[in-house]
Design a protein around this ligand. Sequence first.
Ligand SMILES: *Cc1c(COP(=O)(O)O)cnc(C)c1O
Length: 410
Amino acid sequence: MYNYKILYSGVINLDLQQIKNIDKQYYMNTFGERLPVAFEKGEGMKLYSTDGEEYNDFLGGIAVNSLGHSNPKFINALKEQLDKLIHTSSLYYIENQALLAKELCENSCADKAFFASTGAEANEGAVKLAKIYFYKQNKEKYEIISLDKSFHGRTLATVALTGQEKYQKPYRPLTPGIRQVEPNNIDAIKEAITDKTAAIMIELVQGEAGVYPMDKDYVRDLRKLCDEKEIILIFDEVQTGMGRCGEYFAHQYYGVEPDIFTCAKALGGGVPIGAIGAKDFVAGAFEPGDHGTTFGGNPFSTAAGLAVFKIYKEDNILENVKKMSSYFVDKLSELKNIYKDKIVDLRYAGLLIGVELEESIAKTVFNALFEKKYLTSLCKNTLRLAPPLIITKEDIDAFISALKTTLEEI
Ligand SMILES: *Cc1c(COP(=O)(O)O)cnc(C)c1O
């Protein structure tokens, strides 16, 4: 047996090997061989592992920890809420829920909001809303078009929306009425539209695919097309939302308003919360009993969302994203010029950055950065960077130097 203490808050004093052993025995193996590290605390851009090593977080829990780790203002707000109330049912009014809905609408193109607990759940809700909008008008419009290489989540309907064979294959037959077409190709969308098309759902920047921003013209054309054909345009902003691209939402960065958008990852600063934002005309299709959730928008998760908004304003987070994005991209472009045959492409929107590497070296570069204590993620050949939005020039300089050394070495 292992020698460990169980506290009310969980288990402590395990080393990595002990954690791995228990994980192997008891946790479903959906993540395979994970990176050999477990973290026990964090501060700002830093994460500290159970074996006392310091890591630099350039992934931010995959675009979640926008305020960094253990942000004191954020933690205080959470503690204050914990001392009052964690959860009540949505049978009652919830102050934080109402206030966060107001905040979300005032800082986006939405008129109304609804809260879920994850990105996938928000996307499911968005699609339900588009469908019920036509259902209530007795219109037979229920088909949904999404894009190849997209990622919309892991539930059954969002897997059907996710244009990647590996995620869909084991779960066939998939939710019917959903199909994918080539991204950035307006003719492909036109061909796929039928008189039954209810909605088109896209990511403005395909994050999971390796950071592929959509062309502005394409997004504008989509908007026009949806207006002409009476189709609901849905932006999945689960990854791009809440400041990642330098505006609160990527639809502001693009200057194109969807009818519905979703948001999750960074919205709760690490506390699980997802959101649907919608224009009044479509939001009104949800009437009492049409949709619901137990946890979505509870007092604790919406306190987290409110704190995130408040700190963004007080600490000028969006300003920092813009400045640091251009600084980071300039530095990466310099590297790309030096290592032309190693860095193949550079794609970004704000602080969602993809550094596409030559195929044969991508995995080696990723591993070498991990060895140097830099956390990133690898999407095929592309290093995806989604650091906390509090990042500084010094953090960026240190990363650039680590990447440069790595590219020099291999
Ligand atoms: C992460 C992500 C999702 C899924 O969010 P979950 O919280 O994991 O369900 C959906 N869409 C996009 C664009 C994402 O990046």
